[in-house]
Design a protein around this ligand. Sequence first.
Ligand code: SF4
Length: 338
Amino acid sequence: MSRDNPTPQKFTCPLLEIRDLNLDFGTPRGRVHALHNVSLDVPAGQVVGIVGESGSGKSTLAYTVMGLLAENAEVTAGSIVFEGRELLTMPAQARRSLLGDRLSMIFQDPMTALNPVRTIESQMIDIQHHEQVSRSEKRARALEMLHRVGIPDPQSRIGAYPHHFSGGMRQRVCIAMALLVKPALLVADEPTTALDATLEVQIIHLLKDLQKEIGCSILFVSHHLGAVAELCDRVAVMYAGEVVEQGAVRDIFHNPAHPYTRALLECDPGRIKKSTRTLPTIPGEVPSLLATKVGCIFRSRCRHAFDRCEQENPVDHPIGFDHVARCHLLVEERLVPA
Ligand code: SF4
């Protein structure tokens, strides 16, 4: 018995709605404010990318949605509504039952995501535990999905262990497992980071095809802007735990408004026209998230910073249809065209 995903028309509100989310990690050095005032929607049937430097909070946000955070994490404010239900106050068992059913995840490292002492077959059958069908039917589905993700001769490979597969093939197996359950939302945390460039392109195309076929939404975390441009409908740019800009992929890539988004795009090797031996970087470092700061979180690295940036936190400012950025320059209409 298969469970088709709800069509996009079935939910009038976004499939996933994150509002004003704050999350801290308790550490011996104090509380680390890992997410600050994060609001983000994932509409049904769409792919939403999250980009930003390492330490910007991308993966923390993904793990928060999945409810897979470390014990020292504490959500201090906000809400995460998925299919109309608040995840943060949901009983633990009810939330767990969503995993591998309505919500599934692809992790960055396929070797640690798979159980090394169990065959692919047993893991792919186990992940279908929500399905009321026979073991042979589950196996047939697993074979079909392995074939779909490009594993050659799945009939003979399904009995192998993860270490029998290359890194690219292991990630294909992980994608097959994540999509086998026909989730409503797939959270993909840097799924191509451990792969070489050729494999990355293949995996992106595979994800794109399968997303269309299954009709699920994807929350796609990546630091690779080219992959995000290729796969996503919408993009959220994160910096130091905040979403500083978000909008349709064409707006973010062709009409970026926040100085951080612009700097990030300027550093993208795929957009550098001249041949160079030195790749550009954004001067300075991501600030410590230990203290609560007043003012713009990007001000120490921003070449446009002015007095107001020190004194006041910027808030989301609408730029166009469904395109917002947090920067005082936009309110004061001082930002020069990119
Ligand atoms: Fe730069 Fe100020 Fe805008 Fe922050 S608010 S990005 S510091 S100009």
